[in-house]
Write a protein that binds this ligand. Structure first.
Ligand code: FAD
Length: 500
């Protein structure tokens, strides 16, 4: 414990060589969460992305409309969902020349919750309905006026209507059974038809139908996705190369062929990629020869300047870029963490050192205000700075994603253009977030983050239907910015580390 004043620490590591107080805080007080961003993919032939061939991931989408069949019994509906299917209603067509049978089937089925249940007395009437309605299931007697149920089944199959078909007959025989089977009837039920047998067959037939509909939808979706990928593949400005596990080139797009022609002549479909796709990151370097060879090939000027290159390299393991979020930056007025020890952030906004300087400026200001009441100084310092540190930690990660994903998106460029225009027109209300962070030390990080969210929504809203800046209603966007964002002067602070 310090006798003459507090210790202000800029580093803390729970190693055995760290000072005991630091070790104690690391072990007990400072609970840190490390977040490591995904590595930036770098390929040795930097313009060529390498994809390994994988079956496309079909986005799982819920069926377009979900309906549920309900069981109805004795006039009461719905004892709960019995079967889920991909349509709102199930239309069943019952075809029989016997009025009594039609009505009985209609009664059984509607009581069971199926709707609509349509009926036809003969072949022609059934055809009219089939041609004009969406039918999910046909139940037909073999004996019909004008024609037969088998003819109806043939019509259905010959016209590629894919609804299941249940054949009913009062005169079972081998030839009608065989024909029913040949034309894909779902069931062949002999009269007198038991209610339970009918309902069971209907249930199974509909289940099969909806499985089939689901399978077809998935296939269509897969095909749409394949066409989409194909269009992206063909039109991409970047070279795309698809290889198999053995690095054989299976497919290349036009841009890759051009690049190969210029950079790696001789490579193309059928040839094998070797050193071009070898993993050549620092993480793969294990021995002195490998290290020296890598540096001589990739960084020859640096290699010449580092005499003990391999030894130095092996002694210093590759670090990670991470985010440290922790609270309790101080301990009873004796110890305070500043800088990376309290709040290391990834370097994608270039603000880590700056944040450490802002820590110092803030601490200095508080000490001037309340003197050497260290517990209170430290508590106030943490209370003021923690939210800012978290805000810039978030924004540094955002910036990584922005650099990685969006900079080549034309919409991104358009939003940037609009942001600069709004800054020009209403500078007291709108400053692009990147500028607030980088060039306005008087705007706390937390404020930059919060205003940034409002600004982002505004930019998205006013560029949603625009292809270029002429399509944007800039007067309306300026008015909205003035309305939604309070004047910036009201929130400036007195930090002066970041330069404007
Ligand atoms: C790749 C990269 C790029 C960056 N770019 C920028 C940028 O452009 N702009 C910006 O503002 N910031 C940037 N930063 C962040 C910036 O470097 C750090 O935020 C800043 O160095 C933190 O300073 P510090 O004094 O808190 O910690 P450090 O600079 O890490 O100082 C801690 C010191 O303590 C020593 N130490 C460690 N353990 C012990 C121990 N047990 N006992 C005694 N001493 C110990 C270390 O050797 C070190 O010298 C970048 C960081 C990285 C990694």
């Amino acid at each position: 414990m310090a006798k003459n004043g507090p210790i202000v620490m800029g580093v803390i590591k729970p190693t055995s060589s760290a000072p005991p107080t630091a070790r104690k805080i690391a072990e007990e007080g400072a609970s840190a969460r490390i977040r490591v961003p995904a590595p930036i993919p770098i390929s040795p032939t930097s313009d060529v992305s390498i994809l390994r061939e994988k079956p496309p991931q079909i986005p799982s989408s819920a069926p377009p409309r979900i309906a549920t069949l309900y069981r109805a019994r004795k006039g009461r509906r719905a004892r709960g969902p019995r079967q889920t299917m991909t349509d709102e209603s199930v239309s069943i067509l019952v075809v029989d020349d016997e009025t009594r049978l039609r009505e009985t089937f209609h009664f059984f089925l509607t009581r069971e919750g199926y709707a609509p249940v349509m009926t036809a007395s003969g072949y022609e009437q059934a055809l009219t309905m089939i041609r004009s309605e969406k039918i999910d299931l046909i139940i037909s007697d073999i004996v019909l006026e004008q024609s037969s149920g088998i003819d109806l089944l043939k019509y259905v199959r010959q016209n590629n209507l894919d609804c299941p078909f249940i054949v009913i007959t009062g005169f079972p025989d081998v030839s009608t059974a065989a024909e029913s089977l040949r034309f894909g009837a779902f069931d062949y039920i002999v009269k007198p038809v038991e209610k339970e047998a009918l309902l069971r067959s209907v249930r199974l037939a509909l289940q099969q139908r909806f499985l089939e509909v689901g399978r077809r939808q998935a296939e269509e979706e897969r095909e749409r996705y394949r066409l989409f990928l194909d269009a992206v593949f063909k039109s991409a400005g970047d070279g795309i190369v698809i290889i198999d596990e053995q690095h054989h080139i299976i497919k290349t797009n036009e841009a890759a062929e051009t690049l190969f022609g210029e950079l790696l002549p001789g490579l193309g479909i059928g040839s094998t990629l070797g050193s071009e796709v070898a993993d050549s990151s620092f993480a793969t370097l294990r021995d002195e020869d490998g290290i020296r060879g890598f540096f001589e090939e990739q960084f020859p000027d640096a290699a010449a300047l580092i005499p003990d290159l391999a030894e130095d390299f092996l002694q210093r393991p590759i670090g990670i870029l991470g985010t440290v979020r922790c609270r309790h930056w101080h301990d009873r007025g004796n110890v305070l963490l500043l800088g990376d020890a309290a709040h290391a952030i990834v370097p994608f906004h270039g603000q880590g050192m700056n944040l450490a300087f802002e820590d110092c400026v803030l601490l200095d200001r508080i000490v001037r205000e309340i003197g050497n009441d260290w517990p209170n100084v430290f508590a106030r310092y943490e209370a003021e700075q923690l939210a800012n540190a978290n805000a810039i930690a978030d924004m540094a990660l955002d910036n990584y994603v922005e650099m990685r994903d969006t900079v080549r998106d034309p919409k991104f460029a358009l939003r940037k253009q609009l942001a600069f225009e709004l800054e020009r027109r209403v500078p007291e209300h709108f400053i692009p977030r990147y500028s607030m962070v980088m060039f306005h030390a008087d705007i706390p990080y937390l404020v930059a983050q919060q205003r940034g969210e409002v600004q982002k929504a505004l930019l998205e809203e006013f560029t949603a239907d625009a292809a270029n800046i002429d399509d944007v209603d800039i007067d309306a966007a300026s008015a909205a910015a003035a309305r939604r964002l309070p004047p910036i002067d009201s929130i400036r602070n007195d930090l002066s580390v970041r330069k404007s």
